[in-house]
Design a protein around this ligand. Structure first.
Ligand SMILES: C[S@@+](CC[C@H](N)C(=O)[O-])C[C@H]1O[C@@H](n2cnc3c(N)ncnc32)[C@H](O)[C@@H]1O
Length: 258
C-alpha cells in the first residue's frame, strides 16, 4: 500500500500526523476501510474522500476510533476514587483535572460524577480534550445510549441522568463542570498545574517513542504529588524513567506535594 499518499492527505485534510501512530495496525485499518468503500487504489480512495464528505467523516472516525463508555473498567475507576481521596485530599484542595483524548465525554463526565460524590458542592476544574472536533461536539451534547451507561449503577443513573425514549441525558449540573477543548497529544503544547491526568485507550495506537514523549509531557504537566491514570492494558513498564512512582497498577504519581 502507498501509505505516504494517504499520510499526506490525512495531514492536509484532518491535520493528523500519522507517522506517530503504530503503522502496521494503522495500515490494516486503512486497508479495511478502503476495501469497504470500494476504492480500487489509494488515488481512487483519496478522490472518493475528497468528493464525499460523509465518507470523509466516517474515515476520520475510523482512524481515531471514538469508542468509550462511563466508568470504563469500573473497578479501576473505583480504585481511582480511593486514590483521589487519599492522595489529593479533594475536601481541602480544589483540583485541576484533565481527561485527555476524551472522545464522547463519558470519561470526563465520569470524573465529574466522582468528584461530586467525593465533595458535593465543591468546585473543581475538569478540562476534557480530543483531537477530533466533531466528537467534542457530541461530547458537549451529553446524550448516551444504553451500552455507554451499562456500568453506571441505578443510584448514580437516577441522580445524574434523565432518560428520554431510549437515550440517557447527563444532568446540566454535571455538564457545566466540564470544559471541552481541541488538543492533539502529539503536536500541541500541554497545559500544566494538573492534580490528575486521565489518559486511556489512545496511546495503544502510538509508537513507543511517541508514548514516551507523551508520558514525559504528562509528568511535566502534573503538580508534585499529582496522579496519572492510564487504560487497563496500558501499564507503563518504564515509569521510573520519567520520574513517576507507582500508586497502583494503572495509577502513577509524580513524587512531592504534601
Ligand atoms: C478509544 S477513544 C478513548 C476514549 C476514552 N479516553 C476512553 O478510554 O474511554 C480514543 C480517542 O483518542 C482520540 N485521539 C486519537 N489521536 C489523538 C491525538 N493525537 N490527540 C488527542 N486525541 C486523540 C480519538 O479522537 C478518540 O476520541
Amino acid at each position: 500500500m502507498e501509505f505516504e499518499k494517504i499520510e499526506k492527505f490525512v495531514q492536509k485534510e484532518y491535520g493528523i500526523n500519522l507517522s506517530a501512530y503504530k503503522s502496521k495496525q494503522l495500515i490494516r485499518r486503512i486497508e479495511n476501510f478502503m476495501q469497504r468503500a470500494g476504492a480500487k487504489n489509494e488515488i481512487d480512495f483519496i478522490t472518493k474522500l475528497s468528493s464525499d464528505s460523509n465518507l470523509s467523516k466516517k474515515f476520520l472516525d475510523h482512524l481515531t476510533i471514538n469508542v468509550s463508555e462511563f466508568f470504563r473498567n469500573k473497578e479501576l475507576f473505583l480504585d481511582l476514587e480511593q486514590k483521589i481521596k487519599y492522595y489529593l485530599r479533594p475536601e481541602k484542595n480544589s483540583l485541576k483535572i484533565w481527561s485527555a483524548a476524551c472522545s464522547i465525554g463519558a470519561e470526563p463526565y465520569t470524573l465529574a460524577i466522582i468528584m461530586d460524590r467525593l465533595t458535593p458542592n465543591k468546585k473543581h476544574t475538569i478540562i476534557a480534550t480530543d483531537i477530533d472536533q466533531t466528537i467534542l461536539e457530541v461530547a458537549k451534547q451529553g446524550v448516551y445510549n444504553k451500552n455507554e451507561i451499562r456500568n453506571v449503577d441505578d443510584n448514580t443513573l437516577n441522580k445524574y441522568f434523565t432518560k428520554k425514549d431510549d437515550k440517557f441525558y447527563i444532568s446540566e449540573d454535571i455538564k457545566k463542570r466540564v470544559t471541552f477543548k481541541k488538543h492533539d497529544l502529539i503536536l500541541d503544547k500541554y497545559e500544566s498545574g494538573f492534580d490528575l491526568i486521565v489518559c486511556r485507550n489512545v496511546v495503544i495506537y502510538f509508537t513507543q517513542e511517541t508514548k514516551n514523549k507523551i508520558y514525559q509531557n504528562f509528568y511535566n504537566s502534573l503538580k508534585p504529588g499529582g496522579l496519572l491514570f492510564v487504560g487497563a492494558t496500558e501499564s507503563i513498564y518504564n515509569y521510573k524513567e520519567f520520574g513517576y512512582e507507582k500508586a497502583s497498577t494503572f495509577i502513577y504519581r509524580k513524587p512531592g506535594g504534601n
